[in-house]
Design a protein around this ligand. Sequence first.
Ligand code: NDP
Ligand code: GDR
Length: 379
Amino acid sequence: MKDDTSMQPKVALITGITGQDGSYLAEFLLDKGYVVHGIKRRASLFNTQRVDHIYQDPHIENARLKLHYGDLTDTSNLVRIIQEAQPDEIYNLGAQSHVAVSFESPEYTADTDAIGTLRILEAIRILGLEKKTRFYQASTSELYGLVQEIPQKETTPFYPRSPYAVAKLYAYWITVNYREAYGIYACNGILFNHESPRRGETFVTRKITRGLANIGQGLEECLYMGNLDALRDWGHAKDYVRMQWMMLQQDTPEDFVIATGVQYSVRQFITWSAAELGVTLEFTGSGIEECAVVAAISGDKVPALKVGDIVVRIDPRYFRPTEVETLLGDPAKAKEKLGWVPEITVQEMCAEMVTHDLEQAKQHALLKHHGYSINVSVE
Ligand code: NDP
Ligand code: GDR
């Protein structure tokens, strides 16, 4: 590991700081004493909810969190921010990260996720920072797509199955190439799915925990889902950002798979989430006729539900043109070389997410009861 005792605080730049991982990583690095720069996008409404709790007034002396407006599609902007920040470490977490959306916006996804990565690596070169700045690329288990080996490890061949995964494949290899060609300390974390209460509402786990909590409070009628048979290796984002940092503290840059080594189906995640709410579900039918019916209720967390209610139905809209059916990672290298093991189980994570979303649903139900209009749309 690198010596961490120098007097000058280390400087990190995070693209995607307003996202799930970016927010946890910023907290983690601030705790370690870093000065953290983050890139946020201009939006017509505030979009910094995930980092508002660590916001520091830029007018105070020695503020250690600095946000810059920027975009991965804007080269000059990236060069200027990197020049200003002079980062010791760059974490490239920014991306159009939704697989289903990448089929709708493939070109934008490629521009942001593939060429955006190249733009940062080129900025490092243009600014002569090859020896100073270490680079982390948010690679993904989606690279394995149509899996060629079970479980998937660093040497497993890739077979991407979406415009998102194809864009990330370019980003993966350009990171390897700039490491080999220019000696940049650059590495890929091949991360399997990781979730948390800060997970975007349209990813499957959060859609489930939020949707069921809302239904239980009478804010929604039913959860419409896609492929319930998909198998994923789910971990907690907090565990995974720790590993992102560890990867940049080694003597030599290497790529690592980050996963838990266990997989479950989407249906199983629905069952756990319901159980956290005191609800037992029975799945009936199959394929696009499948639905989940309330079989029993214990406790009082779901006042709007009764036995016999249908809470999950299938909507073909949520099936992808090409699906990744199964993902299971082998994190042995991360354990052996870095001593990394995940600390939070998927069941604990599910419970945390349900608790969070139940609190939110109760608040929304209260507001609705008092006549305020609440938008709980789920996509
Ligand atoms: P999120 O979708 O929560 O966050 C994505 C971030 O990227 C947001 O801050 C978003 O900004 C920003 N962003 C999107 N487009 C651009 C752009 N054009 N320019 C600059 N910033 C942009 O993703 P996660 O935190 O879950 O994931 C972080 C990274 O890790 C992503 O690259 C993702 O592809 C990858 N990954 C994620 C995994 C997971 O399971 N979570 C697993 C493997 C890889 P805004 O808030 O304005 O939308
Ligand atoms: P994924 O995550 O595509 O693996 O990408 P997501 O949670 O979107 O889907 C997981 C699996 O669930 C199935 N599914 C549904 N998915 C969504 N979003 N909505 C549904 O209604 C639904 N029904 C079933 C999907 O078909 C899929 O099989 C995530 C992202 O964070 C990527 O950025 C990251 O690279 C990978 O994880 C690893």
